[in-house]
Design a protein around this ligand. Structure first.
Ligand code: NAI
Ligand code: SOE
Length: 376
């Protein structure tokens, strides 16, 4: 048995999901690993102690630097707001720990590139919380594309719509540009960019419009207000070109009434098409061009353990949010045990942050913006 001790930094919304997922990951993967939820770190002794007691951690602390310095800790898992990701990650890398970091990896691509470079130089395993790509329906879509069953990628249409900003605390870190950083494009747009690049390949260029909602019941803020005041960007649309010639369109918005957690894409390829909506994540729709003429059209497939990352033989039991997080930890732990590269890692996430920034740069210039070529 390999023993691995985890330190979780930040026991808020995502810290809770990670805590529950760690309890599932090693059992389901039969990895020969005993995973210890060793210490939960939060900003105050009360938050840390309550979180540790409720979420199954052995102890609680408030000083992440002291915890990272402990020789018994193998894995540092960062679930703080994004403006703290870089200093925590760099300290953990320097201490030789494996690092799991929530998305967006940081608010700025220069920081993200530095994190990726230092992790690579230190030889530690890193992974970033682009959890949705591990959903069985999306993992299977990846297999369909990689095997050639769907043919050549042509067009990717994605949107991630939430109603999360209605009635939300106006002082939360996500509400201000100074703390929320890259806004809705970085917060939820990064998930559909991750899916797009994973399924269709590298994006080379984008052109975009980005909007911030005015406070209260008003509409979008003026461009002057958006750029001049500390308003978070709440909505965006952008077009993209892929290196393989495919084209894409993307749209994000956190004021989309009734949409819940609508991470949605449709893709068209030369031999077929797929549609996926996270709100109905145990199913996807697929159409094959080579079907008999009297069978052509979309069919709805319910995932089970015949699909990658599917756990249950009985389709319809579903795959939950925590289970998808557990699947991503299986990947991470497997990479640590085998000494392999986990995906998506800091290098993948730094690239996603470069695309997020290119979207913002394009919105400000009104022009197409090139995305730097992948370096790893
Ligand atoms: P949150 O505000 O609910 O939790 C953040 C936690 O960090 C709080 O408990 C806070 O007290 C703690 N914290 C702040 N400063 C700290 C410090 N100096 N030391 C230790 N703890 C500190 O935020 P949430 O929603 O959990 O987001 C955290 C990260 O997770 C963000 O990067 C976010 O984008 C990401 N996230 C990812 C999701 C996904 O599905 N992949 C879902 C939700 C969030
Ligand atoms: C935003 O509301 C949020 O919590 C994101 O930060 C997560 O990444 C997303 O997947 C769920 O919604």
């Amino acid at each position: 048995m390999t023993e691995l001790k985890v330190a979780l930094i930040g026991g808020g919304f995502m810290g809770r999901a990670h805590s529950l997922a760690y309890a599932l990951a090693p059992i389901a993967a039969e990895l020969g690993v005993t995973l210890h939820r060793e210490v939960l770190v939060d900003a105050t002794p009360e938050l840390a102690a309550t979180g540790a007691a409720q979420l199954g951690w052995n102890s609680s602390e408030t000083d992440w630097r002291a915890v990272i310095a402990r020789p018994d800790i193998d894995i540092v898992d960062i679930c703080t707001p994004p403006d703290l990701h870089e200093p925590i990650a760099l300290a953990a890398i320097e201490a030789g720990k494996h690092v799991f970091c929530e998305k967006p990896i940081t608010n700025h691509s220069a920081e993200a590139l530095r994190m990726a470079q230092q992790a690579r130089a230190a030889g530690v395993v890193t992974q970033v919380g682009f959890n949705y790509r591990h959903t069985p329906a999306i993992s299977f879509t990846k297999q369909l594309l990689d095997s050639g069953r769907l043919g050549a990628p042509l067009q990717f249409r994605a949107s991630y719509l939430q109603e999360s900003s209605f009635n939300a605390d106006p002082n939360r870190w996500r509400a201000k540009k100074s703390t929320g950083g890259s806004g809705t494009v970085g917060d939820i747009g990064s998930h559909i960019v991750d899916a797009a690049e994973w399924l269709f390949g590298d994006i080379t260029q984008v052109t975009a419009r980005v909007r911030a909602k005015a406070p209260g019941d008003g509409g979008w803020a003026t461009e002057q207000e958006r750029l001049g005041e500390d308003l978070i960007d709440d909505g965006a649309v952008w077009l993209a070109e892929f290196a393989n010639g495919a084209i894409g369109s993307f749209s994000v918005n956190s004021f989309a009434s009734g949409r819940k957690n609508r991470f949605h894409f449709e893709l068209d390829a030369s031999k077929g098409a797929v549609e996926f909506n996270w709100n109905n994540r145990e199913e996807f729709r697929v159409s094959y061009v080579d079907e008999a003429a009297d069978h052509q059209g979309f069919r709805t497939v319910h995932t089970n353990n015949q699909h990658p990352n599917g756990w249950w033989r009985l389709a319809g039991l579903g795959t939950g949010y925590v289970e998808v997080s557990a699947i991503q930890f299986q990947e991470f732990i497997r990479a640590i045990v085998k000494g392999e590269r986990a995906r998506p890692d800091f290098a993948d996430a730094a690239r996603i942050q470069q695309i997020v920034e290119a979207v913002h740069t394009s919105a400000e210039s009104g022009r197409w913006v090139d995305v730097p070529a992948r370096t790893r």
